[in-house]
Design a protein around this ligand. Structure first.
Ligand code: ATP
Ligand code: MG
Length: 340
């Protein structure tokens, strides 16, 4: 096989909520929650991904469910490597005689220390070369935008931990901003609202379910309600509450407003020629939180620019990495990679 000396080429989108792995020539081989279950005494990883998710919030005392990535950044290097290792083992990539190169998506604004942490964790699982790819560019490419053109376009990737906002032109970001507000903050806001108004505690996953089922960034025509169970703070007993769309829209208003403010800042700072292009090219929303009901319409209403959601926003980044892996030549890896 041509190129086999360098082994497989792998794309990784290691997000706060979900990790996706694409193997060139094979397709998406891993699509799992970024979660591990850890044994409390030894720190040993018992399960990763979906297997860890099944027990989240329900683990016995000797086990803990941990998210090794917070706000788009590695918060626990050892657990992150352990998780990646388990995911890659399932793909038959790892092995003493196996070589592989990794292109990994990263947020637009990163410190050198954060970049190094990502490179180190990927090298520690066995990659011979690592290429860091700006995730908004990957998302734009994956969503099918012709980003090589000399035309201004705006992409907003709203994940679980971060929102990456960029104006791009000629396959580069021209103006960017990364804010640490995204889907997780929406869940926290929903849980805080239910606690404040009904004195009922709901877990993270229930809060996420409420957001997905009845959350909206603008009023909806049809009445939406959801019934959830939580623990009553007053008497400690499980209780049911019914929540409607208007309440959850109110709960979500603060994180949604933060995202709008971030977009406004980037729009204000973009070079005038490129901003003029946006009237036609508009704003593309990617990342799982782009699926929040009516978020595209809300952004259009705020800025008077056409906004749309990518066809499969949870997979835009990995699709872009897959596309890029095919185009990379050996010298690109040497130029951008971090060889030891
Ligand atoms: N229908 C939906 N409505 C609202 N939010 C949704 C919907 N579906 C998924 N989400 C949210 O999308 C987020 C996950 O998206 P994604 O997988 O793009 O994030 P990530 O890449 O793991 O995180 P990040 O890029 O911030 O590190 C979660 O917060 C989830 O609740
Ligand atoms: Mg992401």
């Amino acid at each position: 096989m041509i190129g086999s000396f360098y082994g497989s080429r792998i794309g990784i989108d290691m997000g706060t909520a979900n990790t996706l792995v694409h193997i060139d020539g094979q397709g998406v081989a891993v699509k799992e929650p970024s979660l591990v279950t850890v044994r409390a005494g030894t720190g040993e990883i018992e399960a990763a991904g979906r297997a860890a998710e099944a027990g989240a919030g329900r683990t016995p005392r000797k086990l803990r469910t941990v998210r090794p990535i917070r706000h788009g950044m590695i918060s626990d290097l050892t657990l992150c490597e352990g998780m990646l290792n388990r995911f890659l083992r399932r793909t038959d990539t790892l092995g003493i005689f196996r070589r592989f190169r990794v292109a990994i998506a990263v947020p637009g604004e990163l410190t050198e220390v954060e970049r190094l942490a990502i490179v180190e964790s990927v090298r520690n699982v066995g990659a011979s070369e690592v290429l860091l790819v700006d995730q908004v560019l990957a998302a734009a490419r994956g969503a099918g935008l012709p980003i090589d053109e000399p035309r201004g376009r705006m992409v907003v990737n709203i994940g679980a931990g971060i929102t990456d906002i960029a104006v791009i032109s000629m396959a580069n970001t021209v103006q960017t901003r990364t804010i640490a507000v995204a889907g997780d903050d929406m869940d926290t806001a929903v849980a805080a609202y239910v606690r404040g108004k009904y004195q009922v505690l709901v877990g993270e996953r229930t809060a996420e379910r409420i957001k997905i089922q009845v959350g909206s960034a603008l009023p909806v025509a049809e009445p939406l309600t959801v019934i959830v169970k939580g623990r009553c703070l007053v008497n400690g007993i499980p209780r049911e509450v019914a929540l409607c769309e208007r309440e959850i829209r109110e709960a979500l208003s603060v994180p949604v407003q933060h995202i709008i403010m971030g977009i406004r800042e980037v729009l204000e700072q973009a070079p005038p020629e490129l901003s003029a292009d946006l009237v036609e090219t508009g704003i593309l929303l990617t990342g799982g939180s782009a699926l929040l009901r009516n978020l595209d319409r809300r952004i259009t209403a705020e800025f008077g620019l056409p906004a749309s959601v990518a066809q499969d926003p949870l997979s835009s980044v990995i699709a872009g990495l897959a596309h890029q892996l095919k185009r990379l030549r050996s010298r690109d890896w040497r130029r951008f990679g971090h060889p030891s």
